[in-house]
Design a protein around this ligand. Structure first.
Ligand code: UD1
Length: 317
């Protein structure tokens, strides 16, 4: 039985990963500084050895890596606009934090590090779908930071033999994603706003599109990346998406049906640092890991809205 360390374990993706690992009986340690992660996400993760600490706290990180086989490194300040407004904290968490994870992984003799990389690395390269072999063209500080982390991963594989796998996430959504911050992912925000009867705001004309991917597909690929033979995955970078894209306008139409929202949609200026379209080629992940995104967009949105509804249900007396 592998022993896992999840960084960002109280976050959206980290807590979903912890739940899946605990359910199949793995030993899980979780680290989170609770800056964007939330304690409520840990409520049902009783079996996890949770530690509240920052990735910049080297002593805490060193202790957390002890006896670990695989690290699923999800901790980050995961927002494009936040990195535009405040590049420094974002740089420290996303680049220095990732560098520390690699240093301590190596020190502890961890076998593999699976890293939450980002499709934002592609930037405005005009070709769709995005293929891993394309030259990256990051726009926002966040995109540069995530790409730098990825390159550090590959470097630590090349020079130290640490098994690293970088997963370029394309807009993951689903239960446990925080809907409540101005930096929240668009589907989390819109689902909750429309359920509450609040007006959602689209930045731009709404024709921008994303390869939105449901969280269960992301969990699946992390588990595959953690266990696939090194010859298939070590030192490599993979797109994690569905291979389909939806515009924000289409998304709002689907959400209207799922939430019953009948109100207006507000249009505001485009967001700085945003990319227009995003769509992945997922051939590589299919080939090397057997990744198969089982939950499609509409089914994912159905499950997501159902989950946000449970948050709105009045507490039982
Ligand atoms: C998202 C992730 C990022 C990940 C990247 C991979 C979040 C918060 N960010 O970035 O971590 O690396 O995907 O592709 O999950 N929008 C609105 N109204 C809103 C909020 C957003 O119109 O209220 C628009 C944005 O301007 C953008 C689109 O929705 O055009 C998606 O935005 P967002 O959900 O923040 O995700 P990305 O920036 O694509």
């Amino acid at each position: 039985m592998a022993r896992y360390l999840i960084t960002g374990a109280a976050g959206f993706i980290g807590s979903n990963l912890a739940r899946a690992l605990l359910q199949r009986g793995d030993a899980v340690r979780g680290l989170d500084n609770l800056s964007t992660g939330r304690r409520e996400n840990l409520t049902d993760l009783k079996g996890m050895d949770f530690r509240q600490a920052d990735l910049l706290d080297r002593a805490a990180l060193r202790s957390a890596c002890e006896g670990v086989d695989v690290i699923l490194h999800q901790a980050a300040i995961p927002s494009v606009p936040k990195s535009v407004q405040e590049p420094e904290p974002s740089h420290e968490a996303n680049i220095n934090g990732t560098f520390n994870v690699l240093l301590e992984a190596r020190h502890a003799g961890v076998q593999r590090v699976v890293y939450a990389a980002s499709s934002s690395a592609y930037g405005e390269t005009p070709t769709l779908p995005k293929v891993e072999s394309m030259k990256p063209d990051p726009i926002s500080p966040y995109a540069v930071q995530k790409l730098t982390g990825e390159q550090y991963m590959t470097s630590f594989h090349r020079v130290y033999g640490l098994e690293t796998v970088s997963l370029r996430y394309f807009n993951i959504f689903g239960p446990f994603q925080d809907p409540g911050s101005m930096y929240s992912g668009v589907l989390a925000k819109f689902s909750m706003q429309m359920l509450r009867g609040e007006t959602p705001t689209i930045f731009g004309d709404g024709e921008q599109s994303r390869d939105f991917n449901y969280i269960d597909n992301c969990v699946q690929v992390n588990l595959l990346a953690a266990s696939a033979p090194a010859s298939e995955v070590a030192g490599k970078v993979f797109n994690v998406a569905t291979g389909h894209r939806f515009s924000l306008n289409q998304t709002v139409d689907i959400l209207r049906k799922l939430t019953g929202y009948k109100g207006e949609v507000r249009y505001a200026p485009e967001r700085e640092g945003d990319i227009k379209h995003s769509l992945a080629d997922i051939t590589l992940a299919r080939k090397h890991m057997g990744y198969d995104p089982a939950v499609d967009f509409e089914e994912g949105l159905r499950r997501t809205v159902a989950w946000y509804k449970t948050l709105m249900a009045p507490a039982r007396a």
